[in-house]
Design a protein around this ligand. Structure first.
Ligand code: ATP
Ligand code: MG
Ligand code: FE
Length: 366
């Protein structure tokens, strides 16, 4: 079964063609980082407008690279949520139109389910990825979510824990903003950390007792307090004119002796340590046969290494290009949804707050 996937939930415009939920034939990703960088974060209004102009050429290219055409595909899959409403709307309307015109089934996909199913995918020319084995524990760590999930089968999700405030990716992004390292923050902090050493300037970890929940907002505040002493007053150079629709990001200026690399390393260490400890404990408690990482932060090298060291069962994570937002993961998850009879009508609408576990939420007991 060949599925065209469309993903526009945030600031990546992406289209992909995937066979049987496992084989990526093409995966075209148009990042908008250049557009949002000067604002130090994503401007939703600009994101949706860019999706409008980019989505059709992106789909064309996905077909071209896969060497297939509309008549070769069996279904159209699209992210219905969660994400930015205006951004989601673009992908959903394009997907509905194509499904209608081409007379193909329309498959709605939860963006987080997409992140999980990136672990089932094999990229072109890469060694075959064996499908993960249940029961498994999956740590979703993305820009907007941090959720520890027990998965006993396809589509069977039990929530073990989640963040009480900031998501892990959000913590990376906010930390990078504080340190003046730019956007997106995860890759920037990882890079800066390579020149530094954790532990020299200790930052707190929120353990929250023996729960599987997470909290990262205290860490960000502690970082903010630490850097305050190095901060230099600045005369704004890029004063926003009244015609400027969105305020631009002005990086903070610090004295030259601020230990940026050491702070970045400690900040990264603090986030990774808590994620790893709780995930490893959940894997033991629930006798998982495997542990999966999913979402943009799954691209983090320290997280991958530490988790692999801490867990006795196999740890799996997608290649970096499939960790951050992409349409291959949407087309992949759609295959398994379609096996269970999930399709949508042309009344499909945006679900900006769509949770991963809608019908069968169980608070699993250790
Ligand atoms: P969500 O999936 O929750 O809707 P999103 O789609 O915006 O949010 P993703 O694209 O899955 O998030 O991930 C983006 C996040 O991943 C950003 O916060 C980014 O900083 C983080 N990230 C990307 N690469 C790395 C890395 N190497 N280390 C740490 N974080 C990273
Ligand atoms: Mg993004
Ligand atoms: Fe995402």
């Amino acid at each position: 079964m060949i599925i065209l996937g469309i993903e526009t939930s945030c600031d990546e415009t992406s289209a992909a063609v995937v066979r049987d939920g496992r084989w990526v034939l093409s995966n075209v990703i148009r990042s908008q980082v250049d557009l949002h960088k000067r604002y130090g974060g994503i401007v939703p209004e600009l994101a949706s407008r860019r999706h409008v102009t980019t989505i059709i050429p992106t789909i064309d290219l996905a077909f071209e690279e896969a060497g297939v055409g509309p008549s070769d595909i069996d279904a159209v899959a699209v992210t219905e949520g969660p994400g930015l409403a205006g951004s989601l709307l673009v992908g959903i309307n394009v997907a509905k139109t194509l499904a209608y015109v081409w007379e193909k089934p329309l498959i709605p996909v939860n963006h987080l389910e997409g992140h999980i199913y990136a672990n089932w995918l094999t990229l072109p020319g890469q060694p075959e990825v064996e499908p993960p084995v249940f029961p498994l524990v999956c740590l979703i760590v993305s820009g907007g979510h941090t959720e520890l999930i027990l998965m006993r089968g396809h589509g069977d999700y039990a929530l073990l824990g989640r963040t009480l405030d900031d998501a892990a990716g959000e913590a990376f992004d906010k930390g990078a903003r504080v340190l003046g390292l730019g956007f997106p923050g995860g890759p920037a902090i990882q890079r800066a950390s390579e020149q530094g050493r954790a532990g020299r300037y200790p930052l707190p970890r929120a353990w929250l007792g023996d729960s599987y929940d997470f909290s990262f907002s205290g860490l960000k505040t502690a970082l903010l307090r630490t850097v305050e002493q190095y901060r230099r007053p600045v005369q704004s150079s890029r004063r926003s004119s009244s015609r400027q629709p969105f305020p631009e990001y002005e990086p903070p200026v610090y004295s030259a002796n601020m230990p940026v690399a050491d702070l970045a390393a400690e900040y990264q260490e603090a986030i990774v340590e808590v994620l790893v400890e709780k995930t490893a404990r959940a894997a033991r408690d629930f006798r998982a046969s495997m542990v999966l990482l999913a979402g943009g932060v799954a691209a983090n090298a320290l997280l991958r290494r530490r988790l692999t060291e801490a867990v006795s069962v196999p740890v799996r994570y997608p290649p970096p290009i499939l960790c951050t937002d992409n349409a291959a993961m949407i087309a992949g998850a759609a295959y398994f949804l379609y096996q269970r009879g999930v399709t949508a009508g042309l009344d499909l609408d945006v679900q900006a707050q769509l949770p991963l576990v809608t019908r069968t939420l169980i608070r699993a007991q250790a």
